[in-house]
Design a protein around this ligand. Structure first.
Ligand code: TPP
Ligand code: MG
Length: 1007
């Protein structure tokens, strides 16, 4: 931002080549077909008079005439007719021009001039002047926002580049015009709507109208959009004369909304002056802004709006937009109230809320939900999108006409947080689009204590939105009517184009970051100005009083009425004895979770799914030969491998009516080329087949989608999707498990503590490929230790009931060693009566390991998920003789059994697999430790000692045996990196810890 790079590119018009391309798709080529006179773009800063003819900034105008001429040569001025004829005959652009006669200036003159074409030398000047006007119009459209009066403080923190803005009456010389031209009349290009019903206007009037459209309280940034229809749509919304007129009723409603917004903050300030509330003072027009967007969207048929927002003004939005009962808000300020629900709760400015009500303006039902969010700014963005997508999906709203999202942002966070960018990039992807989000930025020109000039490198905080061609409407938040206008346009834009749009409310923050902060420490000049600033309600009420739109009495009555509402609610809030977190639920689930299964059907489901998994259920589909072989191999399988186990789990759930959504990078094929859930026709581009959607006619749909290369954004999205309904299995797979750390915020802030903070369950599944396979430090570890460390279970207490354990835990962590157990854990996720996040540490080499197979019998009725798989080999014959029991989890089991075979001591060393790490299967571990009373207890893992499971498992094993037996460790030593980069070192380490695991003297020597 310090040195703003307003590059030539930003100022470029839609290029001739672009326009030709888009138009040539719509129009048939005519008259020779060759379009060769249009040159590439050029800088706007070159004076118009110096431009070669028919290129650069004039090209749009010329193009339009050219197309008109192609259709009807008489529709353009004779002079242009000659040029186009010559150009099409192959004459060079410069020579194609022949001077037409002068026009004198008036519209009438134009007609007269038609007769004299081809003869008059002044025609050159005339054409140049018209092109100059075209350039001028375009300059306002591109750069008008640079000089719009956006900042209520007028301190201009936005630092554009050093090049002056060539707009205004005094700058016409820049375009090759002079002041004497101001009274001359010019024909308006078709790329402007300032004329209304007039097609010609005097230059002075043209400039005045452009200033009205682009340089008042609204600054419109849209000329980077490369879609002509969309640009024209925006132009007419802001340029048409008289667009900014409001009825008396609209003005009064606006005033009432301003009163509520302002007086709410004043009320809180009066009652709880020393409480943090992140007040909205300085941006009170946010409330009418949101209400306008909601009204307009409701008018356009939207029935449900999902919103995400940060701290600033949140209580006000809850009160005046979502219509949360005021007494419930006020009682949050009472520190003495006791919490009534399970969970630890959250502070008042993070809580969410859900409400269905009648929209008073449209008289239609509307559901509004504000998602609970953590302190982490912008983290809620993808979650809101996911929830919105899910609601659209469940109500069959394929175009986003009934459900939409609104995201609010702070200026610093919007510019600074990468997840904003990640979320924008989801906006147009088929499986992630929510068909347009309205973004509203509370741009108070400061982030906590930090000045934007050191907080971002872009001129506006909203520049990130340009990446998806979203129009950006900057508006001075001290002009509530302008705010209302842009919000109307934003909602209409979304309803028309189903694309994102940004409203940038340029405002200020009257107090410090929170009500306790002293802003003068860090923003002395800004706050001197703010202290002088009249409140927006005062300004607007004075305006309406002066206009006679409201009487003083009405205005004062409105204020008194709202004060009374607040006082009464406050009185009621004192009667509250208990704080119900449940009252702040943002995503209530309809009905019960799906429970139980038709066991007798399981077999047939498995059989039909197995068939589907190995076939292509559509006609004439050319499958890759290699893939054909793989699918054929599946049919012949006598045992089930990992991919088929997953297929069976999905297929059976789909057949039972559970929607499944699997999302992540390359999940369709599978990173390890094992899954193949989407088949591609080798002959027809983009023809695909998803066999799992062909299981049975009344099955639930299966969505499997490769995602953008984002973890934070996509995991947040899937979490939001899973929030919408308990009756869907929503899975996110990391390409490799270690990539989950770029989504850490979603894991730490939402998945791990979500239920405790916000009393809402979530059954999201994370699939995290993991395993030490000599592939180097990256791609080896999904970091199970981090997930385990965040479990809420007490390692020192032996729990009573396994089911209660599940119910109480904050998430479930498993590392399955067999396809059948993986099959069962996926199914259990839906079949259990409540929802918990499930973290699955998934294998890589086990996907193809000859021993990591399951019998189909292990999936039939009567079988279930095994939290622990005991040793069923020779050790069972004489357990008393067993000298050691090695507990382990995951892939290392196969390395241990191989080593045990090699050593031939499978009757004295038992190996037990802990498949569900959390909640820890204390009861089943106890069965094993009791079974082998003379065995020493070893925990073996392939991960380094300070990683993996050891620190988690050790105290639990000790609790299980009541600390009567020591627990030994066999595994890699502590290390900083998850794995060595050296293959030989990897193998040495492996052999070393296997030696320890089977050396029966290893620990006697230590003790
Ligand atoms: C990801 C993240 N980093 C840091 C913070 C700490 N923090 C809280 S508010 C704030 C400033 C936010 O500024 P802005 O986005 O402009 O919102 P404003 O408070 O001005 O409305 C910061 C840095 C946070 N909440 N989240
Ligand atoms: Mg800010």
């Amino acid at each position: 931002m310090q040195h703003l790079r307003t590059t030539v590119a930003r100022l470029r018009p839609i290029t001739a080549t672009q326009t030709v391309k888009s138009q040539s798709q719509a129009r048939p080529m005519a008259v020779g077909g060759a379009l060769r006179t249009f040159e590439p773009m050029r800088s706007y800063t070159t004076s118009v008079s110096a431009e070669p003819f028919m290129n650069g900034t004039s090209s749009n105008y010329v193009e339009e005439m050219y197309y008109a001429w192609l259709e009807n040569p008489r529709s353009v001025h004779k002079s242009w007719d000659i040029i186009f004829r010559n150009a099409n005959a192959g004459v060079s652009p410069g020579a194609a021009y022949q001077s037409p006669p002068p026009l004198g200036g008036a519209a009438l003159g134009l007609a007269n001039a038609q007769a004299m074409v081809g003869a008059q030398p002044n025609m050159e000047k005339l054409v140049e002047d018209h092109l100059a006007v075209q350039s001028l119009v375009r300059a306002y459209q591109v750069r008008g926002h640079h000089i719009a009066k956006l900042d209520p403080l007028d301190i201009g923190v936005i630092d554009f580049d050093e090049s002056p803005v060539m707009l205004g009456l005094k700058k016409v010389g820049f375009y090759g015009l002079d002041e004497s031209d101001l009274d001359k009349v010019f024909r308006l290009p078709t790329t402007t709507f300032i004329g209304g019903s007039e097609s010609v206007l005097p230059l002075k009037e043209i400039i005045s109208r452009l200033e009205m459209a682009y340089c008042q309280s609204i600054g419109v940034e849209f000329m980077f959009i490369n879609d002509l229809e969309q640009c024209q749509w925006i132009r007419q919304k802001f340029e048409r004369p008289g667009v900014m007129q409001f009825t008396l009723e609209e003005k009064r409603t606006l005033l009432t909304r301003m009163v509520r917004s302002t007086k709410f903050e004043e009320f809180l300030q009066r009652k709880w002056s020393s409480e943090k509330r992140f007040g909205l003072e300085g941006c009170e027009s946010l409330i009418p802004a949101l209400k306008t967007i909601i009204d307009k969207s409701s008018m356009n048929g939207v029935e449900s709006i999902i919103m995400g927002m940060p701290h600033r003004g949140r209580l006000n939005v809850l009160a005046n937009v979502i219509h949360k009962e005021l007494d419930q808000i006020f009682c949050q300020f009472d520190s003495k109230l006791e919490a009534a629900d399970e969970g630890s709760g959250d502070v008042k400015y993070h809580l969410g809320m859900w409400h269905r009500r009648i929209n008073r303006v449209t008289d239609r039902n509307i559901t509004l939900s504000l998602m609970a969010n953590p302190s982490h700014l912008e983290a809620v963005d993808p979650v809101v999108q996911g929830k919105t997508k899910a609601e659209q999906f469940y109500c069959g709203d394929t175009e986003g006409k009934r459900v939409m999202s609104i995201l609010l942002h702070g200026d610093a966070a919007f510019a600074g947080q990468g997840v904003v960018y990640e979320t924008f990039h989801l906006s147009d992807l088929p499986s992630y689009t929510t068909h347009g989000t309205v973004h509203v930025v509370v741009n108070n020109q400061v982030g906590f204590t930090t000045d934007p000039r050191v907080a971002r490198s872009s001129s506006y905080p909203t520049d990130v939105a340009k990446v998806v061609n979203a129009p950006i409407f900057h508006v001075n938040a001290d002009d509530p009517e302008a705010v209302m206008y842009v919000c109307n346009v934003a909602a209409e834009w979304r309803a028309t184009f189903h694309k994102d749009v940004v409203v940038d409310l340029v405002c200020y923050r009257r107090n410090g970051h929170n009500e306790m902060d002293e802003p003068l420490f860090t923003q002395p000049l800004m706050y001197k100005q703010i202290k002088k600033q009249k409140g927006v309600l005062q300004k607007y009420s004075e305006k309406l009083l002066a206009e006679g739109a409201v009487s003083r009495q009405d205005y004062e009555e409105e204020i008194a009425k709202y004060d009374k509402i607040c006082e009464e609610a406050h009185a009621r809030s004192k009667d509250e004895k208990i704080l119900h977190i449940k009252h702040w639920l943002d995503s209530p689930w309809p009905g019960q979770c799906v429970k139980g299964i038709y066991m007798y059907m399981l077999k047939s489901i498995i059989l039909s799914t197995g068939y589907i998994a190995s076939s292509v259920p559509v006609e004439d589909f050319t499958l890759h030969r290699g893939l054909s072989r793989i699918l054929k191999g599946r049919t012949a399988m006598r045992v089930c491998d990992w991919a088929l186990g997953e297929y069976m789990a999905f297929g059976s759930l789909l057949k039972e009516g559970t929607h499944i959504r699997l999302s992540g990078q390359d999940v369709e094929r599978g990173t390890f080329s094992h899954r193949h859930h989407v088949l591609h026709d080798q002959k027809i581009d983009r023809r695909i087949c998803i066999p799992m959607n062909h299981i049975s006619p009344n099955q639930a749909p299966y969505t499997v989608c490769n995602s953008s290369l984002s973890e934070y954004g996509v995991l947040g999205f899937e979490l939001g999707f899973a929030m919408a309904s308990p009756n869907a299995l929503v899975l996110w797979e990391a390409q490799f498990g270690d990539f989950n750390n770029t989504a850490q915020c979603i894991i730490d802030q939402f998945i791990c503590p979500g239920q405790a903070k916000w009393v809402r369950q979530n059954g999201i599944v994370l699939l995290l490929p993991h395993g030490m396979e000599g592939m180097g430090p990256e791609h080896s570890s999904a970091r199970p230790e981090r997930f385990l460390q965040m479990c809420n279970e007490d390692p020192d207490t032996y729990p009573e009931f396994a089911v209660r354990q599940l119910y109480d835990c904050n998430w479930i962590i498993v590392n399955c060693s067999t396809p059948a157990n993986y099959f069962h854990i996926l199914r259990r996720q839906i079949l259990q009566a409540f929802r918990k996040p499930l973290i699955v540490i998934t294998p890589k080499s086990l996907l193809r390991h000859p021993e990591a197979k399951s019998s189909f019998d292990d999936m039939l009725p009567g079988t279930h998920f095994q939290r622990l798989i005991p040793d069923s080999g020779p050790v069972c014959e004489n357990p008393e003789a067993v000298k050691r029991i090695v507990f382990c989890t995951g892939k290392v089991y196969y390395e241990l059994t191989r080593e045990r075979n090699n050593r031939g001591n499978d009757d004295i060393v038992a190996i037990a697999r802990i498949e569900q790490l959390s909640p820890f299967p204390f009861d089943q571990v106890k069965v094993e430790t009791d079974r082998y009373p003379n065995a020493d207890l070893v925990w073996c893992q392939e991960e380094h000692k300070n990683q993996g499971y050891y620190d988690y498992v050790k105290p639990r094993l000790r609790t299980t045996v009541d600390r009567t037996r020591p627990v030994w460790y066999a595994g890699r030593g502590p290390a900083a990196a998850p794995a060595t980069g050296n293959k030989a070192a990897h193998l040495v380490e492996l052999q070393r810890f296997l030696d320890t695991a089977f050396n029966l003297d290893a620990f006697t020597e230590q003790s």
